[in-house]
Write a protein that binds this ligand. Structure first.
Ligand SMILES: *[C@@H]1O[C@H](CO)[C@@H](O)[C@H](O)[C@H]1NC(C)=O
Ligand SMILES: *[C@@H]1O[C@H](CO)[C@@H](O)[C@H](O)[C@H]1NC(C)=O
Ligand SMILES: *[C@@H]1O[C@H](CO)[C@@H](O)[C@H](O)[C@H]1NC(C)=O
Ligand SMILES: *[C@@H]1O[C@H](CO)[C@@H](O)[C@H](O)[C@H]1NC(C)=O
Ligand SMILES: [Fe+2]
Length: 245
């Protein structure tokens, strides 16, 4: 009997010490309310199209290499193909550089996308603030990002983690909560289920565009790193869409 208590105590101590080691801390006491929340209406402020003819919208960045010296900038122009060029410069560097990207479009059932631009910027310095500009003339738009520190043991870097975001008013609260968190995420790991456009009749892909405009306020300023969830599956043979994603 005594031995069993000994070993139980040992196991409890082991669990406690392990819990101590892996404890990442609690950054917020926030608990989401249980009510179902509806998608924000199409005329919501967060979905507003930036002013000006063919202005870049849905601007977002992701990591462009394995080291942290590359960034991929993506954006959409609605009316016609835009400039494929990203102008960028380090905050303290002065010299402005250009990177050239490419443009894609796609169709889904009766939806036709805008002009989707992707451009990779390479050979950036670590731990540096860069400004970048997309678009032409008076409809060009400026953003910025910080590159990560040089990789190494014990180099601090703070990732945010979001999944199942969608575009309801709760989604907006979640994003605001992330923006205001004092822990200050430097990059975001998105664990799938982005826009929930597939919940709409014919998977209304216009709800991808609203989602892109909604998240721009964060996703244009720090890399979001993506995985696909089940809501990214657009297989709908009943409307002739047979590609899974
Ligand atoms: C949740 O729904 C109930 C019933 O409709 C309502 O009384 C309550 O105020 C709602 N709570 C929130 C946080 O919206
Ligand atoms: C941009 O310039 C054009 C003409 O040069 C003008 O018609 C348009 O209203 C301007 N747009 C913005 C957003 O200032
Ligand atoms: C696509 O088809 C649906 C159903 O017929 C219709 O409600 C919707 O307005 C159409 N969308 C476009 C962009 O034509
Ligand atoms: C979304 O949140 C932002 C920032 O908190 C706020 O300014 C905006 O009005 C909200 N929009 C909607 C539709 O909830
Ligand atoms: Fe999910």
């Amino acid at each position: 009997m005594e031995r069993r208590w000994d070993s139980l105590l040992f196991v409890v101590c082991l669990i406690l010490s392990f819990a101590e080691i892996v404890n990442g801390g609690i950054t917020s006491s926030y608990v989401r309310h249980a009510n179902f929340s509806l998608d924000m209406p199409l005329d919501s402020d967060v979905f507003r199209v930036p002013p000006g003819y063919n202005a870049p919208q849905q601007v977002h960045i992701t990591q462009g290499d394995h080291e942290g010296k590359g960034v991929i900038v993506s954006w959409v122009t609605q009316d016609e193909p835009g400039s494929k060029t990203v102008l960028y410069w380090a905050e303290n560097g002065g010299l402005k550089k250009l990177a050239e990207g490419f443009i894609l479009t796609y169709k889904y059932y009766n939806y036709t996308s805008g002009y989707i631009h992707h451009c990779t910027i390479e050979d950036l310095e670590f731990d540096t603030k860069y400004y970048y500009e997309v678009g032409i003339g008076n409809t060009s738009r400026q953003f910025w990002f910080l590159t990560p520190p040089k990789p190494g043991p014990d180099v601090p870097y703070t990732f945010g983690l979001i999944g199942d975001l969608g575009q309801t008013s709760d989604s907006n609260r979640t994003l605001t909560h992330y923006e205001l968190n004092p822990a200050k995420g430097q990059a975001l790991l998105f664990v799938g289920d982005l826009s929930y456009a597939n919940d709409y009749p014919f998977h209304d892909n216009a709800r991808w565009d609203t989602w892109g405009r909604f998240v721009e306020r964060v996703a244009a300023y720090q890399p979001w790193i993506w995985t696909a969830g089940n809501h990214e599956i657009d297989f709908a043979p009943e409307i002739g869409e047979r590609q899974p994603i």
